[in-house]
Design a protein around this ligand. Structure first.
Ligand code: FES
Length: 188
């Protein structure tokens, strides 16, 4: 009987030891989870891009027929929030938001320039600042010309870059990346 009592007395102490071990294990698993969840999230973000093709923030695949003709008025792409303009240098995808305080500016055909209705900033067809309170030229989105076999033919990366148009190659794709903005050149 006395032996049994001694075992009974030891039992609660043993349970406490096991619970502590479990607690340590759980704490370790929880800390591992804190580490793995963000890492897993980043991996998922890379595997599945946030923006789909054809929605703002993603890429827009255009063909020659989608570009304005040389000397024509700019074309608005409302889904991508950009104007496509074409000059002798080539094509640009210009972000539709004014670089002053963020209003949507418009193309004024008679004046041959973009004019913002909010405070009157003006910009050329090439996106260059002309007049008004805006601190810089308009922002562009990067463009990449891709041949049917996937070869990259040209890419715009600077605030003055225009994408050459491959008129003889209608199968070329012009990719406008609305997730890759080129900040307009600051006013001198
Ligand atoms: Fe365009 Fe002020 S927001 S000029």
């Amino acid at each position: 009987m006395a032996k049994t009592d001694a075992n009974d007395a030891a039992a609660p102490e043993e349970k406490v030891k096991i619970n502590r071990r479990e607690f340590v294990n759980l704490a370790w698993l929880a800390s591992l989870g804190f580490f793995l969840v963000p890492v897993g999230g980043v991996t998922v973000l890379f595997a599945f891009p946030r923006f789909k093709e054809g929605e703002f923030g993603g890429k827009f695949n255009l063909r020659l027929a989608d570009l304005p003709e040389s000397g024509a008025s700019p074309l608005a792409n409302n889904l991508g929030k950009f104007w496509l303009t074409r000059t002798e240098e080539g094509v640009r995808a210009i972000y539709k938001v004014c670089t002053h305080l963020g209003c949507l500016y418009n193309w004024q055909e008679q004046e041959d320039k973009f004019i913002c209705p909010c405070h009157g900033s003006q910009f050329s067809k090439e996106s260059t600042y002309l007049d008004g309170p805006a601190p810089r030229s308009l922002d562009l989105f990067t463009m990449t010309a891709v041949a049917p076999d996937g070869t990259e033919l040209a890419k715009t990366e600077g605030p003055n870059d225009a994408m050459p148009v491959f008129d003889a190659e209608p199968e070329v794709t012009y990719v406008v990346d609305t997730g890759a903005k080129i900040i307009g050149k600051p006013n001198a």
